[in-house]
Design a protein around this ligand. Structure first.
Ligand code: 13P
Length: 270
């Protein structure tokens, strides 16, 4: 199946009261592990690519080529969107050109007027070919009215591990945002380490996409460390990268599956 826009995927998730996971990719192993797990779980999935990861993989065209090749060679039948994560205006344009099926423009650091202008321009470009996302906590309604496909609003979530004294998600804010923005699918960033009950409550209040990155990185690193600490790389051809990276890839699969179960997207690929 070819890449699809995340728009329809998220509208379905919203109507079905579940969320689609965005799992960030860094290389071939991660992409393969996530796609195989989505296929096994019959779950729609969003592959997230930060600008840094895009650069690391040598550029957006390489990413598009790799993902499209895998969709075909691995016979992936579930809906897959390729999505720019926290993109700049220039990065978003490059990704659209390269063939990404979805973009997130992060204009949250810009003055609001400039955020609106740039978002408008990107929405217009995307509408011609069909993609789009935008983030801003306070002026959500104004941004939603620009015609974005999904909206990431800060509700106390952060990237990476949550500190001990984290106050939790601000559900009253989420509720207000959803009431103001109506049917707009909302996005929860920083999916790593959010307890299951909070995830479920967020979904019930309008979240249809949840981003996970650090948790896959931690699982990968832990499994790889265990492999090396057990001296497995020194046994036979254990140093072969295909063997060396295999435990990490399996660990990513387990994390992705666990998240898809919590998000409720398993079996929702139709
Ligand atoms: P975590 O790394 O905290 O899972 O956040 C991922 C994310 O929100 C990507 O935009």
């Amino acid at each position: 199946m070819a890449l699809v826009s995340a728009k329809e995927m998220l509208q379905k998730a919203k109507a079905g009261h579940y969320a689609v996971g965005q799992f960030n990719i860094n290389n071939l192993e991660w992409t393969k592990a996530i796609l195989l797990t989505a296929e096994e779980c019959k779950s729609p999935v969003i592959l997230g690519v930060s600008e840094g990861a895009g650069k690391y993989m040598t550029g957006y065209k390489t990413v598009v080529g790799m993902v499209n090749g895998m969709l075909e060679e691995l016979n992936i039948t579930v809906p897959v969107a390729l999505h720019l994560d926290h993109g700049s205006y220039e990065g978003a344009k490059k990704c659209i050109e390269a063939g990404f099926s979805s973009i997130m423009f992060d204009g949250s650091h810009l003055p609001f007027e400039e955020n609106v202008e740039k978002t408008k321009e990107l929405v217009a470009i995307c509408n011609e070919i069909g993609t789009g996302e935008c983030a801003d906590p306070k002026e959500c309604k104004a941004i939603a009215d620009l015609g974005v496909t999904m909206l990431a609003a800060g509700i106390g979530n952060i990237h990476g591990k949550y500190p001990e004294n984290w106050a939790g998600l601000q559900f009253d804010v989420l509720d207000d945002i959803q009431k103001l923005t109506g049917e707009m699918p909302l996005v929860l960033h920083g999916g790593t380490g959010i307890p299951e009950d909070m995830i479920k409550k967020a979904i019930s209040l309008g979240v249809s996409k949840i981003n996970v990155n650090t948790e896959c990185q931690l699982s990968f690193a832990e499994a790889t460390r265990k492999y090396i600490e057990a001296g497995k790389d020194l046994e036979g051809k254990g140093f072969d990268p295909r063997k060396l990276l295999a435990p990490g890839a399996e660990a990513i699969k387990a994390t992705v599956k666990e998240k898809m179960e919590i998000f409720g997207s398993i079996g929702k690929a139709e």
